[in-house]
Design a binder for this molecule. Structure first.
Ligand code: NAP
Length: 514
C-alpha cells in the first residue's frame, strides 16, 4: 500500500487529486515523480542556468509578461479546477489570478529597471599611500537553479507561478516547482501556461519544470540535489523545518527561504477599544477570511480588562455564532483543525465559542482567556490553521507590554490606538519591530499588498531567514548573490558595471547613487 499524503490517492506511479467539497477522487491521473525526475530536471536546469542568468533584462521581463498573459488567457480553466481542488470561491480565485499576473509584471518592471544588479563602484586611486586603492566594482548575479514548494493555501499566488517562482525567474534562476498535492490539476494548467510562454519567447523549457506527486522523497531529493542552489517554501513549521535542516546538512549548504507559522498578534489599546465600535466585527472578518487559512490571520488579540473589552468579546462571540461553516482546503487540514481546536478547548482556563457547522464543514471558533492562563500554556502560541483565534485579556498595560516581550517571531504585529493611546503605542513598537516583519496600524493583517516596500517575513518561525521577504519586489534578492570584480578591464566587465553604463541603470559610485 502506498502512503497517502493530503487526501491524495496513489496508484503505483500515478495519483489523483480530490474534490475538496465531497472528498471524491477527481478523474485526472498525475504522474508520481521521484528521484529520477529530480535528477533530470536539475541537470537540465543547471545546463541552461548560465545562459538564462546572462539573458538580457528585456528578454527576461518579456518572459514574465508572457506568463502573466498565458495565465489570464486560461483563467476560466484555472478557476474551475482550483475551485474543485481547494473549495476556495471563484471570486477569490479570480482575484488570485490577477494578483499572480500583477506580481509577474511587477518583477518584469524590477528587471527592466536593472536596480536588482545593485551595481556599486569603488573608484581606484593608484597614488594612494601606503598601498594603491584598486578598482572594485560589484553587482549581483543569479545563484542558479531554485526549488520552489507550492503552498496549499494559495494555489496560484504562492504556487507554481507564484511569488517564489516569479522572483527567481526575474533574478535569472531556472525553477523546479514541487506542486502541492492539494491542487495537482491547478498546478498542471499553470505549468502548461509556463510551457506556452517559454515557447513563445523561444526559450528552453528547462527554465521551468513542475514535479508532482510525492512520497516525501520528491521534496527531499530536490532540496538535497547538488545542482539546486536555493529553496523557496511556504507551509507548516514541521515540514519547513525538516526541509530546512536537510538544506543545511548538505555538503554544500544552500539558502532555504521558508515561510512557516505565524500568529500575528494584535494589540488593542484602551481608547481605541472605547471609541471604535466596529472592532469586533472587523476582527472576526479578518480571522475568518479565506476560512482562516491565511498566513496573516490575526491568531491572538491582546486587550486590557475593561467594560469595553468585555463588550468587544461578547460582540465577537455573537458574530462567531452566526458565521457560516467553512470547507477547508483538504481533509487532512480539516482533521488537524478539528483536533487542535478540540484539544485547546478542553484545556483549563480557556473558553470557546463555536459557530454552527455540520460535517463535512467546520465551525469557526473563538477562544478567550486571561494573561495568567496564557502564560501557563505556551502551546496556545502555536498557530492553528483555520477559522479560529484567541483573545487574551490583560490586567493592565504593563501586563500587555510584558506579554509582548515574550512572543516568538510573526509575519505581522498590529496595534489599534487613538492619539490618546500614543504613549503606550510608543512603548509597544520597539518590541513589535523586533518580533515581526510588518507592523499594521489601525487595520488588520490579512491582505498582503504586492509592492516595492512590502515585507512578508520575520523572525523564526515566521520565516527561516528574517533578513528577507517572500512578497514584493525585494523578494528577488533571495535568489541573487554579490560578486566583486577587481581591476577587470572594461572589455571583460559585465554591462551593468561598464563605465559607459550601457544599461542606463542607477549605480552607486563611492557611496553616492547616480
Ligand atoms: P506542509 O505539510 O508543510 O507541506 C508543504 C509542502 O512541503 C508539501 O509539498 C509537502 O509535501 C512538503 N513536505 C512537508 N513536509 C515534508 C518533509 N518532511 N519532507 C519532504 N517534503 C515535505 O504544509 P501544508 O500542506 O500546507 O499543510 C498545512 C499546514 O501548513 C497548515 O496546518 C499550516 O499550519 C501550515 N501553513 C502555513 C502557511 C504560512 O504561510 N505560514 C501557509 C500554508 C500552510 P506533501 O504535499 O507531499 O505533503
Amino acid at each position: 500500500m502506498n502512503p497517502q499524503t493530503h487526501d491524495v490517492i496513489y496508484e503505483s506511479d500515478v495519483f489523483y487529486g480530490k474534490n475538496a467539497f465531497t472528498g471524491e477522487t477527481l478523474p485526472t491521473a498525475f504522474p508520481v515523480h521521484g528521484q529520477e525526475e529530480v535528477e533530470q530536471a536539475a541537470n537540465a536546469a543547471a545546463e541552461i542556468a548560465r545562459d538564462f542568468r546572462r539573458l538580457s533584462n528585456e528578454k527576461r521581463a518579456s518572459l514574465l509578461c508572457s506568463i502573466a498573459l498565458e495565465l489570464e488567457a486560461r483563467s476560466e480553466d484555472i478557476v474551475a479546477r482550483a475551485h474543485l481542488e481547494t473549495a476556495l470561491p471563484d471570486a477569490r480565485l479570480k482575484g488570485e489570478i490577477g494578483r499572480t499576473a500583477n506580481q509577474l509584471r511587477l518583477f518584469a518592471d524590477v528587471v527592466k529597471s536593472g536596480s536588482y544588479h545593485q551595481a556599486i563602484f569603488d573608484t581606484p586611486s593608484p597614488e594612494r599611500q601606503p598601498v594603491p586603492k584598486p578598482d572594485i566594482r560589484r553587482q549581483q548575479i543569479a545563484i542558479g537553479p531554485v526549488a520552489v514548494f507550492g503552498a496549499s493555501n494559495f494555489p496560484l499566488a504562492f504556487s507554481a507561478a507564484g511569488g517564489d517562482t516569479a522572483s527567481a525567474l526575474a533574478a535569472g534562476c531556472p525553477v523546479i516547482v514541487k506542486g502541492h498535492t492539494a491542487h495537482p490539476g491547478t498546478s498542471q494548467i499553470v505549468a502548461e501556461c509556463m510551457e506556452k510562454a517559454l515557447d513563445k519567447e523561444q526559450l528552453p523549457q528547462a527554465i521551468f519544470t513542475l514535479l508532482q506527486g510525492n512520497r516525501r522523497e520528491l521534496g527531499q531529493a530536490l532540496v538535497t540535489h547538488p545542482k539546486i542552489k536555493g529553496v523557496g517554501f511556504t507551509g507548516s513549521v514541521g515540514g519547513g523545518r525538516a526541509l530546512f535542516n536537510l538544506a543545511q546538512q548538505r555538503p554544500e549548504p544552500i539558502p532555504f527561504y521558508g515561510e512557516l507559522g505565524a500568529i500575528n498578534p494584535t494589540f488593542i489599546l484602551p481608547d481605541a477599544m472605547k471609541t471604535n465600535p466596529s472592532l469586533a466585527e472587523q476582527f472576526v472578518a479578518s480571522m475568518t477570511m479565506g476560512c482562516g487559512q491565511f498566513c496573516t490571520k490575526p491568531g491572538v488579540v491582546f486587550a486590557i480588562n475593561s467594560p469595553e473589552t468585555q463588550a468587544f468579546i461578547e460582540t465577537a462571540q455573537q458574530i462567531i455564532r452566526q458565521q457560516s461553516p467553512s470547507t477547508l482546503l483538504t481533509h487532512s487540514i480539516k482533521d488537524n483543525y478539528q483536533s487542535e481546536v478540540e484539544n485547546r478547548g478542553s484545556d483549563n482556563g480557556i473558553t470557546v465559542t463555536y459557530s454552527e457547522a455540520q460535517s463535512p464543514n467546520v465551525p469557526a471558533a473563538l477562544f478567550v482567556t486571561d494573561s495568567k492562563n496564557w502564560r501557563s500554556n505556551p502551546a496556545w502560541e502555536e498557530e492553528i490553521f483555520g477559522p479560529q483565534s484567541l483573545i487574551v485579556v490583560c490586567d493592565d498595560f504593563e501586563d500587555m507590554l510584558a506579554l509582548s516581550e515574550t512572543l516568538s517571531g510573526s509575519l505581522t504585529a498590529t496595534i489599534h490606538a487613538t492619539v490618546e493611546d500614543y504613549s503606550q503605542a510608543h512603548q509597544l513598537i520597539p518590541c513589535l519591530e523586533e518580533m515581526a516583519g510588518r507592523l499594521v496600524f489601525n487595520g488588520w493583517p490579512t491582505g498582503v499588498e504586492v509592492g516595492y516596500a512590502m515585507v512578508h517575513g520575520g523572525p523564526y518561525p515566521a520565516s527561516t531567514h528574517s533578513a528577507s521577504t517572500s512578497v514584493g519586489a525585494e523578494a528577488i534578492h533571495r535568489w541573487l548573490r554579490p560578486v566583486a570584480y577587481q581591476a577587470l578591464p572594461e572589455a571583460l566587465l559585465p554591462s551593468s558595471l561598464q563605465a559607459t553604463n550601457p544599461l542606463g541603470i542607477k549605480r552607486n559610485i563611492d557611496g553616492l547613487t547616480c
